[in-house]
Design a protein around this ligand. Sequence first.
Ligand SMILES: CC(C)(COP(=O)(O)OP(=O)(O)OC[C@H]1O[C@@H](n2cnc3c(N)ncnc32)[C@H](O)[C@@H]1OP(=O)(O)O)[C@@H](O)C(=O)NCCC(=O)NCCS
Length: 126
Amino acid sequence: MSHKYDILYVPPTGTTACCQHTWVAHVDGACVGHIKMQIEANETVKFLDAWVHKNFRRQGIFRSLWDARWKYTQKKYLGYKVYAWCMPASLPLLVEKGFEEGDACTYVERIVTGDFTAYEQCFVSC
Ligand SMILES: CC(C)(COP(=O)(O)OP(=O)(O)OC[C@H]1O[C@@H](n2cnc3c(N)ncnc32)[C@H](O)[C@@H]1OP(=O)(O)O)[C@@H](O)C(=O)NCCC(=O)NCCS
């Protein structure tokens, strides 16, 4: 079943160095999806944080949010470079919209531990 939703634009606060614009898809006052963009140095825009609630996926919500953001970007940031880091489900739409694919990148992690054995320990007797 396809849900009827509306899109709300949330401007940056203007009170921090981070200039982030947000578009929220909502149904009956509940957020079912959002998308953001951040204005960075050197006329660069980062597209980020695309998310749609799992019960509302594959109904075109991401596409609508994307189109709303793109329309705004074209109006306000003509000539800027736009980039994004894509997950497998978001990549096809960006490729469709004319974005060029760069290298893939792999997530890695570890827990910080206190292994401070920078020098070999040896017994010294005088
Ligand atoms: C990625 C995500 C935002 C898509 O939202 P959605 O509303 O279901 O997407 P839409 O229905 O608007 O689909 C638009 C296009 O995105 C692509 N797409 C969406 N879901 C996809 C999937 N699971 N696999 C591959 N492509 C997918 C398709 O190109 C689709 O176009 P089509 O319907 O003409 O085939 C959603 O699956 C999600 O929130 N995933 C978890 C968070 C995530 O991965 N975010 C991306 C961060 S980079």
